[in-house]
Design a protein around this ligand. Structure first.
Ligand code: MOS
Length: 733
């Protein structure tokens, strides 16, 4: 069996289905204390005092406040504006912001203690909407509440709109979305002298490493961060683990004992990051024959109370706002604004789903305006090899626009599944979405990151992959094993993947941005090939049988290993000042078609068919890739139709899985996921990223389908029955 392009079982599968795998809450160190977090109940206020109830028995309880910090009070990320704990005299900026911490020998005692900490606050006037933030009557940040602004220009939109025979404009809104990983956030922390050890449910061990080093002013080797088996991330365990890790380590240091801090579901939903709500105003100018001439995009995302990752989410939003379309005149402006919501952050797609929703709604309306079939219109305007994007990037390779459209149209020519919805009051519609997604860090990001992986020969003759890229359920360990096996010319069962820990794996860069297979997989393969060369050279020099790797390992006085640092493909030129150049070395391409049935009595929407073709370059493990596409598609359908984060005065109202619903197998249609493989010359075996792209497009396809079914403009998400009711009555937001 060849090592790649086949689907061996997942290496982590057996331990997970048998319950042998240890998630962080399964780990029970002796004498562990349980932590709880005291959080604000007001969205914006001065913190005047923290009072401990004098009638409560505090003898067994450790209490931590900002006064216990010895280093800077900051969670280090991009802009260091977020405190670990709000200090007395400081400002509370969102509901459920961490103010104090308690730890006790039992969970109930910790919970009881938490209730006996009282916060004295003086309220300030909060800001919750994007419009109020832009109006800047109340200033939360700087002079205009704008954390970050990007602008992209191509051609001259004044010329483009003057020439256009038809111009359409729309305002598009999308809501927040909770990642709803199965396992909530959690970590266990302990200190040995001046060295801190942490294990937890995390995507990016080196992000936590960096944050803890900054918080305690420690050297690299004094902070050891290990990833426990992790039950899902989707971006939600990208930045927040630095916060919960700060809290657990603060408690452990003061208590002098190991502390476990694992969130309950309600705390996780209330306090941790979600997808950014957005508002996009989109103008599109085109000719009566359907030729696109000009696009003007103004996207604003609600960053929440602190900058966190909003600037990079915004970057991806603007860089994807042009879509897979050749448009001579383009202007894209993006802003991330401050509000008093808990910070919004990384979530699969990372800004691209928001702008994709806007442009694919516009494209649907434009096709309708000129009376063209949605596929004909898109084919007329799509990119081909050699075309130039909005940032001035020449598409030099692997443009799979035609391939994904062909794949979807061929699938639609075949009969679909039986209609799922029944009744006399149904209206049906079909919607298309067509889009692309750039994988890896933007521009020169990968050059700066210098992601590394090490392959080492173990005593038992197997090769060990050492990388900080975590398996968070997406199958990274299995995929890495296959890539390494193919490169070394050995069987995948001769590869093991080390548990990522900052004391035994190099920094591969974070497990984000659809980069794990495409970027880190690339160096894993190179390192495996180099290690095999070393093994063979060593065997030859010492008269050993090169296939007897146990003997080679035993003979060698030190471990044989190969470490490779990622080098981006040559010729990538990017200018951060003008936001122009090669935004990504390559793009993935995709097309999604959704058939809906809308019950006109209840306005419930059933997805009757979903065909989704995604260009992945090469599927290393087709079953894993299919799982990525199906999972991302369902998350996108959930964002479009069912998932709604309800804020009231900045507080999340629906904090449980019973009232913060995500789609289940009942809602899931038979997903027709089609893998398109147009290879990328610099990816392992041609592979591109696949983690995020399936999240970008399906929501627009759903909205386009409902528009066709009901004849109403469906320009906001989520399209809950109550949203459709308001829209059919002609009510805006
Ligand atoms: Mo992320 S949304 O983990 O790039």
């Amino acid at each position: 069996m060849p090592q790649v392009g086949t689907s061996p079982p997942r290496v982590d599968g057996l331990a997970k289905v048998t319950g042998a795998a240890l998630y962080v809450d399964d780990i029970q160190p002796p004498g562990v204390l349980f932590g709880r977090t005291v959080r604000s109940t007001v969205p914006y206020a001065r913190l005047d005092a923290i009072e401990l109830d004098p009638d409560f028995d505090w003898s067994q309880v450790t209490v931590v406040t900002a006064a216990d910090l010895t280093g800077p009070n900051v969670i280090a990320l991009i802009v260091d504006d977020q405190p670990a704990l709000v200090p007395v005299g400081g400002t509370i900026r969102h509901v459920d912001e961490a103010v104090a911490l308690v730890a006790a020998p039992s969970k109930p005692l910790a919970e009881e203690a938490r209730k006996h900490v009282r916060l004295v606050t003086s309220p300030l006037e909060p800001v919750f909407s994007i419009e109020d933030a832009l109006e800047a009557k109340v200033l939360l940040h700087g002079e205009d509440n704008v954390f970050k602004r990007f602008e992209i220009n191509k051609g001259d939109i004044a010329v483009g709109f003057a020439e256009a025979e038809i111009v359409i404009e729309g305002t598009y809104r999308t809501g927040a979305q909770e990642q709803m990983y199965i396992e909530p956030q959690g970590v266990i922390a302990s200190w040995e002298g001046e060295t801190v050890r942490l294990i937890g449910s995390i995507q990016c061990p080196y992000y936590v490493h960096k944050a803890l080093k900054a918080l305690y002013v420690l050297a690299d080797e004094q902070v050891i961060v290990t990833q426990a088996v992790t039950g899902g991330g989707f971006g939600g365990k990208e930045e927040y683990p630095s916060m919960i890790s700060a809290h657990a380590t603060l408690l452990a240091r003061k208590a002098g004992q190991t502390v476990k801090l694992v969130y309950e579901r309600d705390e996780d939903v209330a306090a941790t990051t979600k997808r950014h709500p957005s508002r996009t105003i989109h103008r599109l100018g085109f000719m009566k024959d359907g030729t696109l001439l000009a696009a003007e995009v103004d996207v604003v995302i609600d960053a929440g109370a602190y900058a966190t990752l909003s600037e990079v989410v915004l970057s991806r939003a603007v860089l994807h706002a042009g879509g897979p379309y050749k448009i001579p005149h383009v202007k894209i402006v993006g802003r991330a604004v401050a509000t008093n919501h808990p910070p919004h952050g990384a979530f699969r797609g990372f800004g691209a789903p928001q702008t994709t929703f806007a442009y694919e709604r516009q494209i649907a309306k434009a096709a309708q305006a000129v009376g063209q079939d949605p596929f004909v219109f898109r084919r007329h305007n799509m990119y081909h090899l050699g075309d130039v994007t909005a940032t001035g990037q020449v598409l030099r390779e692997s443009v799979a626009t035609e391939e994904v459209l062909d794949a979807v149209e061929a699938a639609l020519a075949k009969e679909g599944p039986n209609p799922r919805a029944e009744g006399d009051s149904l209206k049906r519609g079909r919607g298309v979405a067509f889009y692309n997604h750039g994988a890896g860090f933007t521009g020169s990001g990968e050059e700066r990151l210098k992601g590394q992986a090490t392959l080492a020969l173990l005593d038992d003759g197997r090769f060990c992959v050492r990388s900080s890229s975590t398996d968070i359920g997406q199958g990274a360990q299995t995929t890495f094993g296959q890539i390494a096996a193919a490169a070394a010319g050995i069987s995948p069962d001769q590869i093991v993947v080390a548990q990522p820990s900052t004391d035994n794996v190099p920094d591969s860069g974070p497990t984000v941005a659809s980069r794990t297979c495409m970027v880190v997989g690339h160096v894993v393969g190179q390192a495996a090939a180099q290690l095999m060369e070393q093994v063979q050279a060593y065997a030859k020099a010492n008269d050993l049988d090169p296939s007897d790797r146990v003997a080679v390992a035993a003979h060698s006085p030190s471990e044989l290993q190969a470490t490779v640092t990622y080098r981006p493909p040559p010729g990538i030129v990017w200018d951060d000042q003008t936001y122009s150049g090669d935004a990504y070395p390559v793009f993935g391409w995709a097309c999604c078609v959704v058939d809906v049935a809308v019950d006109t009595d209840t306005l419930e929407v059933t997805i009757e068919r979903c065909v989704h073709a995604v260009d992945v370059g090469k599927a290393i493990n087709p079953r894993i890739v299919q799982g990525q596409i199906e999972g991302g598609t369902l998350q996108a359908l959930g964002w479009a139709l069912w998932e709604s984060v309800l804020y009231e005065n900045g507080r999340v109202l629906n904090q449980r899985m019973t009232n913060s619903i995500i789609p289940t197998s009942i809602e899931a249609p038979e997903l027709e996921a089609i893998l398109v493989e147009v290879p990328y010359s610099h990816g392992p075996h041609g592979a591109k990223g696949v983690g995020e792209i399936p999240m970008d497009g399906p929501a627009a396809a759903v909205a386009n389908a409902i528009e066709q079914a009901l004849g109403i403009a469906t320009d906001e998400l989520p399209l809950l029955p109550e949203t459709l009711d308001r829209l059919t009555r002609g009510g805006g937001k």
